[in-house]
Each structure stands twice: as structure tokens, then as C-alpha cells.
Design a protein around this ligand. Structure first.
Ligand SMILES: [Fe+2]
Length: 575
């Protein structure tokens, strides 16, 4: 079957599943260059179809990330009245019928009849089922507990599923407005960052904070129960159409909110610390529930809260599960994949391949295409046999190297195909990167890519973390040796790399290790602050030319900006 999956919300995205395998997926922002673009993912759909050699009419089905039938009784939030009226009219039939079914509705279906006689089925799949399906069906596990947590779905904010083969069984759910994701978004806004965007910054800021009265104050807002948790909703407004996600009562409790872009002080750090403590505790509590309900030894995690790598690290260290799969596109982006996989496995009974889906599902370029762009731009470049060896040397010498290879990553992290690489051993590297290329807030950490077999040598766990979604402590002997990737609290957001996952990137890291004795480079996404990750060769060149990047490698080509800088690295016979 050929199934297109669509996420049309924050981080809109499309995915193409053919016979159970995810063959393409991308966020719309990568094409429109609007960060977190939430418009209908036309361009991402075009990309997926083109990659699959398909037209829309060739598809067997479409999976949509949201099931409007489920919240027919309570119309969606944040819609203008005319749209809402239209939607209510559209949904009046399911609104009447669904409550009389006395059964859970997993999806709604529409059939489009084409003039050719073909039918195209559009399935509106329940949001958290999409999250759960994406995490479980792309995991290596035949059996697992699945925990999803985000801001909100149609009604659910949190679910626990049991996954077995091609089946998913809902075991527990928590309904919005009781929501960890919405709590985090509200505090993100309170702390002066954009909700549904700045949560990662708040997590970075939390590491600067300390235990304080704010921990007790924030723990008062949540009550952990046998069925999950309940929030004290009087502190929040995110379920109303109000200017702020938090209420005046929260301001009374914590003091004045921070104005965006204003100075950050100790109080903000301590509130972020407290928020992080509550979030981690909630995830541990939910994981304990998932373990009790399933008895499984494997845990899959998805939903926006699943991007919280500090909480994920604690799940790995402290929960009773033995193995973990943190889905790389845990946010709503990944529901495009999940919607398509629900259609494939749950609705059509398609078998699972059990091969872990690649994280490199986005746009890629052939060597010929790269050369054409370079020639068109009249750029100087060198074609290399082993660009990874030269890139490793440059990084070891302190240069900032952009590394553009293969297909783009699906999900928020750059995992070695659209990355900027630097030397993690240099104390000044974070500041240099910020000043020359990334222009990020000073409190945000940079992350390491480490050869998988060396992870336990430098960091507090040898367990592979292929998607940069777990924070491990840097071991005491290496805190001083790896200052650019060790955060202020002594942890690092580790990505492990092995030969199979990304051969060329692995060789680069190993060559860096041969040169320096450390199998680990600093890896940050190839973009500048506020922009989506670079998608095309043209964008990569523009970034090289307009920032302080020292070198750009695109596939086999080294693109030259400053000949004097690259000359020492090139053999005299190079063309
Ligand atoms: Fe979600």
C-alpha cells in the first residue's frame, strides 16, 4: 500500500509509507523556511510524492494526524467563529453518532472518488494514536509499553498504550486540560519564550537553576494520582482564548513574568529548574504506571514532552524498563508518520518489517546536482575521495565546519547530515560558535556526537542514544576535557553514532579520535538562530558566505570561501 501521512499543526509535515516502510518524511518548514511552519504541508507532500515517484491519485490512502469526530461535542480551540460554524456543520453527523457507538473511535474515514474510477481513502486518525504508532512501529521492539505526552490532542494529553506486533491497545489516558505539555508551554511563555518553540531553551536554562522555594510552589500545581495526574487549573488559562497561557494566580505565586528578550536572572533560572523537576517527576510517574499496566521491559516515548532529553535520561536511569526507544520526531512532526502507519497496520493489517526506520528521510542531492549548483554559483571547490578525513582534521585544528551529507534528518535534531561540527575540547568553542555562526542565547548548551563504543568512556552510560534525546552526565575525568559540550550542570545531550547508522559521519568521528584521542565532536544543527535547519545546497552556500563558518563540505565537495584557510589541507596535486 502507498500511504501519505499528514501533520497539519505546529511543525507541519508529510510522510510517505510504502508497504509498511517509511520512505520519505519532512517538515514543511524545511521548504518554506518559516520555523515551525504550521500551514498545510503542500511542499512536504510534493517532496514525498516526488521521492516515491507517485502522483496524489496513485495513493491508496491518506492518514491525517487529527480525528475531528472525537471532539465534536467541544469544538476545537482557537478557531474563528465562521470556521468553527463550518466545522460544526461538517461534524454534525459524527457528533450525533459517535456518542451512541459506546466504543472508542480510532479514526474517521472519508472517501474521495476520482474520475478515473479509483478511490482515495482519507483517514482522520486520533492524535495520540498517531504519536504512539510512530514510536512503536518504527522501534526495534515486537512488544513494548508506549507513553505519549504532549500539549493536547483532540481530548487526550497523555496516553499509555501496549504495543504488540501490529496492534496497539489503549490502557490509560489523561484528558486535556490536564497536560504536562501545556503546563510546560505555559511556563515557557511565563519565562519570556515562545510557547511550542522555546521549550528546549527553558530546559537549557533549568540547568543553571538551583533547588529553591519554587520547586515546592510548582509541585503544588500538580497532584499525582493512580490514574496519572491532575493540575490545579486555576493557575492556567491555556484552555481559554486569553492573551496568556497562565493566570494572574500564577503571577501571584511566582512573581512577575519575564518580558521576552529581557535580562535573565537567578529567579528565572530557579523557576525553570522547578518546572523541569515537576516534568521529570511526572514522566517518571507515568512510566511507572506504564510498567505496572503492561509488565513490559521496553518503553517507547513520543509526543512533544518526549523531546525533553533530561527527563528521558532520568527515565533510562530510574524507571523499571530495560530498553528505551525515544522517537526522534517525538513532536507533532512525527504524527505524519504515525497517521500513515496506523492506516497501514491497524486499519489494513499490513505486516511490520521490524527494521528500525531511518532518521534520514528528508531531501537529498546527488553529486551531479551538487556540482551543478556549485558551477552555477561560480564557486571554487575541490572534489575529495574521503571528505570526512579532511573535515576531521579541520575540526581538530579548531575550524568550524559545516557538514552537509545525504538526506536531511526528520525531526528537530541534526544528526550528522545537516550539522555544524566543531572541537569539543576547546573552552572557548561555545562562545566562538555563538559569535561567528549560531548567534544563540548564551545559556543554551551544545551537544556531542560520540562514537557509540566510546560513549561509556566519556559519559555516564554506554547505552546508545542515536537521536540526541537523552542527557548523560559527562564523567568527572572528561568534564575538563570536553568543556564545549558539557552543560553547566555537568551533563551532555549525547548522540551516539555507529557505522551502520551513518558510515561517513562515523568515520569522521573516528578520524577525529585518531588525531586527538577523543572519539567525539561537537554537533549543532546547520542553521542560524531562528531559522529552520538548512535543507538545500543553495542554502548551505549562502550560510557559508554570510556567517563565520570556516568550511563547507557538501557530499564529496569542499566548497572554498577563503582559499588561504583551506590551502594547508589540500594535497598539492588537487584539482
Ligand atoms: Fe501532539
Amino acid at each position: 500500500m502507498k500511504i501519505l501521512g499528514i501533520n497539519h499543526s505546529n511543525d507541519a509535515a508529510a510522510a510517505l509509507v510504502v508497504d509498511g516502510r517509511v520512505i520519505a518524511a519532512s517538515q514543511e518548514e524545511r521548504f518554506t523556511r518559516i520555523k515551525h511552519d504550521a500551514s498545510f504541508p503542500d511542499k512536504a507532500i510534493d517532496f514525498c510524492l516526488k521521492l516515491g515517484g507517485l502522483a496524489l491519485a496513485d495513493l491508496d490512502a491518506v492518514g491525517f494526524f487529527w480525528n475531528p469526530g472525537i471532539h465534536a461535542e467541544a469544538p476545537p480551540r482557537r478557531l474563528t467563529s465562521s470556521v468553527r460554524h463550518h466545522l460544526e456543520y461538517l461534524l454534525s453527523v459524527p457528533a450525533r453518532l459517535v456518542p451512541r457507538l459506546h466504543e472508542r473511535v480510532r479514526s474517521m474515514e472519508q472517501t474521495v472518488h476520482l474520475a478515473s474510477g479509483r478511490k482515495l481513502a482519507i483517514h482522520y486518525v486520533t492524535h495520540h494514536l498517531c504519536h504512539a504508532a510512530a514510536a512503536f512501529f518504527t522501534s526495534p521492539f515486537a512488544e513494548a509499553a508506549i507513553l505519549t505526552a504532549d500539549g493536547y490532542g483532540e481530548r487526550q494529553s497523555t496516553t499509555i498504550y501496549r504495543g504488540q506486533g501490529t496492534e496497539l491497545e489503549l490502557l490509560a489516558e489523561i484528558e486535556f486540560p490536564h497536560s504536562i505539555g501545556s503546563l510546560y508551554a505555559a511556563l515557557t511563555e511565563y519565562l519570556g519564550f515562545r510557547a511550542n518553540s522555546g521549550e528546549g531553551k527553558v530546559m537549557g536554562l533549568a540547568s543553571y537553576g538551583h533547588p529553591s522555594d519554587y520547586v515546592g510552589k510548582l509541585f503544588k500545581l500538580i497532584e499525582f494520582t493512580e490514574r496519572g495526574f491532575e493540575l490545579d487549573l486555576s493557575y492556567f488559562e491555556y484552555f481559554h482564548e486569553r492573551p496568556h497561557r497562565y493566570s494572574s494566580k500564577l503571577v501571584e505565586l511566582l512573581g512577575p513574568p519575564r518580558a521576552p528578550e529581557s535580562a535573565i536572572d537567578r529567579r528565572h533560572e530557579d523557576i525553570a529548574f522547578a518546572l523541569q523537576a515537576v516534568t521529570e517527576e511526572a514522566m517518571l510517574h507515568l512510566a511507572a504506571m506504564a510498567h505496572t499496566l503492561t509488565g513490559a521491559s521496553n518503553l517507547c516515548v513520543a509526543g512533544g514532552v518526549g523531546l525533553n532529553c533530561v527527563a528521558n535520561g532520568r527515565l533510562q536511569y530510574e524507571s523499571e524498563f530495560e530498553q528505551f526507544f525515544f522517537y526522534p520526531a517525538a513532536g507533532d512532526t512525527g504524527t505524519s508518520v504515525g497517521a500513515a502507519l496506523v492506516v497501514e497496520h491497524l486499519l489494513h493489517g499490513g505486516p511490520r518489517s521490524m527494521e528500525v526506520a531511518s532518521e534520514y528521510l528528508g531531501l537529498g542531492f546527488s553529486s551531479a546536482q551538487v556540482r551543478e549548483v556549485l558551477d552555477r554559483g561560480q564557486l571554487r571547490y575541490h572534489r575529495l575521495e574521503n571528505p570526512e578525513l579532511l573535515a576531521a582534521r579541520m575540526v581538530a585544528d579548531g575550524l568550524i565546519v559545516a557538514w552537509f551529507q545525504g538526506r536531511a534528518e526528520f525531526g528537530p535534531r541534526a544528526l550528522g547530515n545537516r550539522s555544524i561540527l566543531a572541537d569539543p575540547r576547546r573552552h572557548d568553542m561555545k562562545d566562538v560558535l555563538n559569535a561567528k555562526v549560531k548567534f544563540r542565547e548564551v545559556f543554551r548548551p551544545y551537544a556531542p556526537s560520540v562514537a557509540e563504543e566510546s560513549c561509556g568512556t566519556y559519559f555516564g552510560s554506554p547505552v546508545p542514544s542515536p537521536y540526541m534525546l537523552r542527557a548523560y552526565p559527562t564523567l568527572p575525568d572528561y568534564v575538563d576535557k570536553l568543556p564545549a559540550i558539557t552543560h553547566v550542570d555537568g551533563t551532555a545531550r549525547v548522540q551516539t553514532v555507529n557505522e551502520q547508522q551513518n558510515p561517513r559521519y562515523y568515520r569522521l568521528i573516528k578520524e577525529f579520535g585518531r588525531l586527538t584521542g577523543i572519539d567525539c565532536v561537537l554537533n549543532t544543527s546547520f542553521n542560524i538562530r531562528g531559522e529552520p535547519i538548512i535543507n538545500t545546497v543553495d542554502e548551505a552556500i549562502k550560510c557559508l558566505m554570510t556567517t563565520g563558518l570556516d568550511a563547507l563540505f557538501v557530499e564529496d565537495f569542499l566548497v572554498v570561501k577563503d582559499p588561504a584557510k583551506v590551502a594547508p589541507y589540500l594535497p598539492p596535486t588537487a584539482p
